[in-house]
Structures are given as structure tokens and as C-alpha cells.
Design a protein around this ligand. Sequence first.
Ligand code: NAD
Ligand code: GLY
Length: 356
Amino acid sequence: MEVVNVELGARRYPIYVGAGCLRELGTRLAETGCGAGVAVVTNSTVADLYLERTLASLRDAALVPTAIHIPDGEEHKNLAWLALVYDKLIDAGVERGGAVVALGGGVVGDLAGFAAATYLRGVPCVQVPTTLLAQVDAAIGGKTGINHVAGKNLIGAFAQPRFVLADVETLRTLPRRELTAGLAEVIKYGVILDPALFELIEEQLPAVQRLDRDLMVRIVRTCCTLKALVVGEDETESGYRAILNFGHTVAHALESLTEYKEYLHGEAVAIGMVAAVRVSRRLGFCDDGDYQRVRTLLERCGLPTEVPADLRGEPLALAMRTDKKAHGGSIKFVCLEAIGKTRFERLTCDEIAKNL
Ligand code: NAD
Ligand code: GLY
């Protein structure tokens, strides 16, 4: 098992990455000195696959786990299901010294992480991500929260987990489309921060898609290292952490225009990254070679790369203007200079839309 540390002073924590390491969850949690009463928050799909072995690992370490189920789906990342989680935590008698284990993808991780951050004014949370997107992104960095009818992730808190445990073997049961969407976020790290990671995916894509065990441990560990560096530098996104929003301006606009029904998040990010590189090329920041490399790799993964014709121009500009990160019609846009090198540019939403 590999270990990457998120360096946040007193709130420093490890990310464990391995193949088959779920069985070590109980030992790792017991090592933190946590009390016996722990709650495992998960959803119905993940429960069928991994709950029994998760509970067994916790019991083997003399912990006393209770399972809390929420239904599968982004539409359940809301106040009603959060309230149910609070009820179950109270029923189970989970105490301050206990812990909440989030077992699942980013939906479970965000909701359970927020429950842990607020229940009893905060109990320790452990993230056990089971999607590629959650292993390389959502489980790390302490962004927790739920959706509101007025928008995604409008209610939440920064609350770092006690540790993250990513078992790449759990990715074997992930639907292919989800895996591919997660790959878009992996490629994002390569594009913005790590040319060697980008090249590795270019060269080893078939092995990645076969989920070669050693390769997946290496890739997830590399992404965790990169995210840990960014979070260690700017925990609450006062500046540098916004680099992770590369491709996300257009992605969020597309998701909102299609009411979150058309694209998985990673798919929208793939389109958004190509759009961001195209804008960067038009503005003279990067060359055509880099544009082609990014686009080709995403296409080889089977990801979409084009904004649909009916959403280009004004609809897209309007959706970007209503993004919570836009101010006065402009946005701090992450542009590409070269693979592994970015720059922030304040661009108007019209300028972005017209340069696509
Ligand atoms: P998800 O949690 O909905 O999981 C995707 C699907 O895969 C679900 O149906 C889930 O039940 C299923 N699944 C999970 N693990 C599985 C496994 N091992 N085998 C089979 N099926 C499995 O989606 P996601 O892409 O993991 O996360 C998206 C969420 O993450 C969004 O709510 C987004 O806002 C949030 N997010 C948060 C952060 C953050 O920093 N906190 C970052 C990115 C995204
Ligand atoms: N997913 C982007 C971030 O954690 O900042």
C-alpha cells in the first residue's frame, strides 16, 4: 500500500492507495485511536458490492460499525437525505470520539463528509472512495456538501478527512462509462500539472482501460500526490486551488444547460478541457500541437470533446454568466500554455463563448 500525505499542519492526513487495501480499513481506523462506535454511510449499489467486507474489516479491528444507506444518485445529495443520516447517527449513538466512514463515490463522500463535519459539531470522517473520480479528486481536499434546488453544492463546509483509503480493486465493478468519466479528471491532472502523467496515459491507455493493477495504483497515487500538493498550498481555494477548475467553466455551463441529464461530470469536463485549450490557442497562449494532443487523448478514451451545436454561442455564454464563480460577466479562466503549464486569465463569458 502506498501513502501520500496531505500537508496541512495539525490537520495533516494520509491517503492510502493500494490494490485490495479495503481489508485494512479497520486497522487503519483503529490506529487513529477512534472510539468503537462508527457509522458507514453508503448507497444501495455500493452496499451490495462492498459493505460486508467493509463491516468485517471494522469488526476485525474491534470497532462496532452501523451501516447507513442512502439511495444511489446525485438527486439524493440533498437536505432530506442528510437529515436522515443525522437521525441514524443519533439512533446509532455515534459519539464525538467515533467516526463516519464514507464508502462510495463522490455523492456519498460529499454528503457523508458534510454530515461528519456538522454532527456533534464535527466527528472524524474517513473517505473510502470507490469511483475513479472520487479516488483522484472528490475524496481529497475537504470539500463536503449537498445540493440545493437553486444549484449544486451550494451548502457545505471545508472539513478534511482523518484519512482517505483508495482501493483500486473496487474500480473493477464500476460501469465503463463511469470509469471513462473518471479518466477525464486523471487526464486533467496531466494537462495542468504533470506532462509525464499525460504521456503515461497516452502510452498505456489500453492497460489503463483494462485496469492493470500496478498501473492503476501508480496513476491514482500520482493524482493524489498532485491534488495533495494543490490543497496543501491553498486549502480553501483562495487562489491556486482554482487551477483544478481547468475545463470546469464550460463543463458546469453544459451540465446546467442539459439539466445534469446528458453528461456525466467527467464527460462535461472533457468537453470543457478541449474548449479551454481551444480558447488558449486562439488567444495565442498555447500551440496547435498541444491542442491536438489533448483532444486526441480524450477522443481515444471515448470521451465527448465538442459543445453541441445548439448550445454554442449565446446559450453557453448565458449559462457561464450565472455560474457562482462568475463576477460581473467575467470569470477567472484557467488557460493552457503547454502541457503541464497553465495561467489564470480573467475573461468575459462572451469572449470564452465566441472563441470556442
Ligand atoms: P457517484 O458517487 O454518483 O458514483 C457514480 C456511480 O457509480 C453511482 O451510481 C455509484 O453508486 C456507482 N459506484 C460507485 N462505486 C462503485 C463501484 N466500485 N462499483 C460499481 N458502481 C459504483 O459519482 P462520482 O462521479 O463518484 O461523484 C460525483 C459527485 O462528486 C458529484 O456530486 C460532485 O459534485 C462530487 N465531487 C466532489 C468533489 C469534491 O472535491 N468534494 C470533487 C469532484 C466531484
Ligand atoms: N474538485 C476541485 C477541488 O477539490 O478543488
